[in-house]
Design a protein around this ligand. Structure first.
Ligand SMILES: [Fe+2]
Length: 267
């Protein structure tokens, strides 16, 4: 999911802070300024010097490569992908899976997890267009219901616990103009057909991917002990964001695994 627009992500990371404001434990803003550090950067700064030295020393090998290093490499690949005329998202996501496989685990947000009413929380760990890295945490059985990933692709990597992922695609029907790669989807207020295309359980190290026109819709549900995962999203333009759908969850045709859905009205 990425229900935030790119503007909203940027506003949350590049925020206006007052002089003297405590922005992380032990870190005060010296003057009124724009803060250009990610939550990860702040958490890093907040650590005592000896802890930073220790973490840097152990940041390779079994613990994996530093997040900033891996994400910088991914950003390079993403820029190339976006420059291609016929972007090969599958090859790109395969490369990403290899890269995140050697990345160290994400830190816990220094401000603690702020869970929403649906009992899941998120932290933007790294952001530099066209890529964002989210860390998501779910309480037991928490659900992010059906939503799309318009104008972007994604890779989910299980970190702790278990998270069930069910993917769907929009099924083209007669008289419907669809161009999923360009974000041309069925109109609002009109029911359309979707088909379940994949199911997977994210456990530590397990990856689930979706492209703009393959497995682009999904529902995620944490297992009985909850779980956490990392999401790497690659934006093809500034319109990239998720939209929720309404559906009953009851199949229209259980053999074909099809369902009826509509776009949820935006508030
Ligand atoms: Fe999602």
């Amino acid at each position: 999911m990425q229900f935030q627009t790119l503007d909203q992500i940027e506003r949350s990371l590049v925020d206006d802070h007052d002089a003297g404001e405590l922005v992380a434990p032990g870190v005060k803003v010296a003057r009124r300024d724009l803060l250009r550090l990610s939550a990860l950067g702040l958490a890093w700064l907040a650590l005592p010097t000896w802890v930073r030295a220790e973490r840097q020393r152990t940041a390779t090998g079994t613990e994996g490569e530093r997040i900033e290093v891996v994400m910088a490499e991914i950003r390079g690949l993403a820029s190339k992908l976006l420059a291609e005329e016929n972007a090969d998202e599958e090859a790109y996501l395969q490369s990403l899976a290899k890269l995140v496989g050697r990345m160290q685990g994400p830190p816990e947000p220094w401000f603690g997890w702020q869970m929403n009413r649906q009992r899941w929380g998120m932290d933007v760990v790294w952001y530099s267009q066209p890529v964002v890295l989210y860390h998501l945490k779910f309480e037991p059985e928490a659900v992010i219901d059906l939503h799309d990933h318009r104008h972007y692709n994604g890779l989910l990597l299980g970190a702790t616990g278990e998270i069930a992922v069910r993917n769907f695609d929009i099924v083209p029907e007669e008289g419907m103009s669809l161009d999923l790669r360009r974000g041309v989807v069925p109109p609002e207020g009109k029911e359309f057909l979707i088909r379940q295309t994949a199911t997977q359980t994210l456990k530590p190290g397990v990856v689930s991917t979706l492209t703009r026109d393959r497995d682009n819709l999904h529902v995620v549900k944490a297992g009985p002990k909850g779980g956490s995962c990392l999401d790497v999203f690659t934006h093809f333009n500034r319109e990239a964001r998720s939209y929720s759908l309404d559906w009953t969850g009851k199949p229209e045709d259980s053999q074909r695994n099809t369902y009826r859905a509509t776009w949820k009205k935006e508030e």
